[in-house]
Design a protein around this ligand. Structure first.
Ligand SMILES: [Zn+2]
Length: 286
């Protein structure tokens, strides 16, 4: 029906369903969009896990190779906010300064550096980006961590099931992710990001609950942040505090923003690693 409605769809008939790349149920065509200015891309929604996914993407080389990445002016601002939220979440979770943390899909390493400056032992992993700011702190995603962060990562997954299996395989204690949640297909939703072509999977609250269930985690789901917690690892008080932090991330940002800059990494349980990292890297070079 949709195929008939939109004359922009090319003459080559594309299937009305595809095998969901998360749960393998039959996902149903729900809309289309022009991606990168010239690809007419179909979107499918899965009735079982509620994932919305593009057709199998053929445009990714262009999406990641082009100059589009340069138009992202929000990179530092986002890192500043997520660093504060992560610091707050780690505090609420009662993580110790010795807790091992990994930023999965860590980009150029800005976030890892910021977290280490805040006193958390964060490491960097990214299959696609070059580590510029957290050199010497690369780590394997196959190891088990107390906290793994995966910000703006899930929506880039093509083979969603395989990627999540890799992410959850080591049975990390906590996984904190961010991806904006869909409420059904809407061609005008900015998060489809058709001008960049990099977003190919879209999750709803139901999708994230499905993932938590499939991988055996408890979960707190907010409008943009989600925390997966090892089953039974949160007591009831901590569970409420975490749920509040995640569900009210905007408010949590505001609270975290009120903490003076000089106090982060100087008070409480986490002590800044800025100087000790520098010393350790210097020693390693000798
Ligand atoms: Zn599915």
């Amino acid at each position: 029906m949709l195929l008939a409605q939109h004359s922009a769809v090319p003459a080559v008939q594309k299937p009305a369903t595809l095998s969901c790349r998360l749960c393998e149920a039959e996902a149903v065509l729900c809309g289309d969009q022009i991606v990168l200015g010239r690809f007419n891309v179909l979107y499918y929604r899965c009735p079982v896990c509620d994932l919305i996914q593009t057709e199998q993407p053929t445009w990714l080389a262009e999406a990641y190779g082009g100059p589009n990445a340069a138009i992202d002016t929000g990179v530092i601002d986002r890192n500043r906010l997520t660093a504060r939220l992560t610091w707050l979440t780690a505090s609420v979770l009662g993580l110790r300064p010795t807790a091992r943390c990994l930023d999965y899909g860590g980009g150029h390493g800005v976030f890892v550096r910021m977290m280490r400056d805040s006193g958390l032992d964060f490491r960097w992993f990214d299959r696609f980006a070059e580590n510029l700011y957290a050199r010497g702190f690369e780590a394997s995603p196959a190891d088990r961590y107390d906290l793994v962060t995966a910000f703006e990562v899930f929506e880039h997954f093509v083979d969603v099931r395989a990627e999540l299996t890799t992410l959850f395989a080591p049975r990390h204690r906590y996984v904190l992710g961010s991806t904006l949640l869909h409420e059904g297909f809407n061609r005008d939703w900015w998060y489809l990001a058709p001008e960049s072509g990099q977003h190919v999977a879209f999750f709803s609250r139901r999708t994230l609950a499905w993932i938590a269930d499939a991988f055996g985690y408890d979960v707190a789901i907010g409008p943009s942040y989600t925390l997966f917690a090892e089953k039974g690892s949160l007591g009831s008080v901590r569970r409420s505090a975490v749920a509040l932090t995640i569900a009210r991330a905007r408010f949590a940002f505001r609270v975290a923003s009120l903490i003076p800059e000089f106090m982060i990494g100087n008070i409480g349980r986490f002590r800044s690693r800025t100087a000790s990292d520098s010393e350790a890297l210097r020693r390693a070079k000798e």
